[in-house]
Design a binder for this molecule. Structure first.
Ligand code: KG4
Ligand code: ZN
Length: 325
């Protein structure tokens, strides 16, 4: 079995996965959403302190599995430096105490493998990752062959939901709150511009849209918020669709996947389904409970890395806030 740890942002999670059967034997996650919601976003130092409390508590519940562990895996990149270090330090201690190898997992690859928890992998795959930290399109041929073909030049898709929610005093995380508010709103009322629509670049940008929302919120009353939320959600998704359409002119994926916390967005899912129809491409989605950060996806990547003996020694396993992908 492999014990996997996730602490890259505001979720403390540990999973135990069976290497042979890929079965998830244990998974527990303690989210810090409530603690950060008063600030309208994640406060890194507070997050680190909460991981230091939560991770040992969850680990205690895994004691019965210790004798069967063959490796310990941990998210080591990308993420907040002060929170990544909490998980990595715990992984190092477990590795020394139990005499088992360590596996450093890239969180973005974790999101890709959230599609395959307790399942076999399916490659090749074109993946849209939409989370709080990232918005990027990747061509995935295998664990070691992942190429990023488009990414955000500034804010991410999920982050723009968080920031717009904060402007309207809705709380954190903003994604589900905006989605809920948008349900009763008029998607056409605010005529926000689709970012980069005149640019031939296949890239994403959310900072301009965020500022347009800020101007609208400043002039609005609370009654207008649902229309702002609906119009924003519409344009934020339309931007992804427009760029993907452009990308699909040259590349025709047979299988397309959306992963990451914001892949839970129902409006985006519906738009992507429409986009894929004429291409006859299959859409893969993670189970809703594995869209946001979790340790099960880290454990699923770790199985592949264990089989390829992709281990890191104590001094090799460094945290790296920025991903190479
Ligand atoms: O993958 P994740 O849990 O953490 C990162 O790796 O960043 O993603 C969290 C992000 C947050 O920005 C949150 O607002 C967004 O995903 N999110 C959503 C929805 N649910 C979560 N964004 C839009 N619509 C949603 N339904
Ligand atoms: Zn994530």
């Amino acid at each position: 079995m492999i014990l996997s740890i996730e602490s890259s942002c505001d979720d403390s999670a540990i999973a135990i996965t069976d290497i042979k059967t890929k079965k998830l034997l244990f998974h527990k996650k303690i989210s810090q959403e409530l603690e950060h919601s008063v600030y309208g976003g994640v406060v890194p130092e507070l997050a680190a302190r909460l991981h230091a409390e939560a991770l040992p508590k969850i680990l205690e519940e895994c004691r019965a599995y210790f004798k069967d562990l063959k490796a310990v895996a941990v998210t080591s990149t990308p993420g907040l430096a002060v929170t990544l270090v909490e998980g990595v330090t715990m992984a190092k201690a477990i590795s020394v105490a139990l005499g088992i190898p360590m596996i450093g997992v890239n969180h973005l690859i974790g999101h890709i493998y959230s599609l395959f928890i307790e399942k076999e992998t399916q490659f090749p795959l074109t993946v849209l990752l939409v989370s709080g930290g990232h918005t990027q399109v990747m061509e995935v041929k295998s664990l070691e062959q992942i190429e990023t073909v488009a990414k955000s030049m500034d804010d991410s898709f999920g982050e723009s939901f968080d920031k717009c929610a904060k402007m309207m005093g809705l709380g954190y995380p903003g994604g589900p709150l905006i989605q809920e508010l948008a349900k009763g709103g008029d998607r056409k009322r605010y005529n926000f511009t689709i970012p980069l629509s005149q640019s031939p670049l296949i890239a994403f940008s959310y900072s301009g849209l965020k500022n347009a929302v800020r101007l609208a919120v400043e002039k609005a009353t609370e009654e207008d918020y649902k229309d702002i939320a609906a119009s924003f959600e519409h344009i934020a998704s339309a931007h992804l669709i427009q760029k993907l359409k452009k990308y699909f002119k040259d590349v025709h994926p047979k299988t397309f996947a959306i992963v990451g916390g914001a892949s839970a967005n129902l409006y985006l899912r519906a738009q992507i389904e429409e986009l894929l129809k004429p291409h006859n491409a299959k859409l893969l989605l993670s189970e809703l409970k594995y869209c946001s950060d979790n340790a099960a996806m880290i454990g699923r990547v770790a199985i592949e890395m264990y089989e390829k003996k992709m281990f890191s020694s104590l001094d090799e396993l460094e945290i790296s806030p920025k991903s190479k992908l």
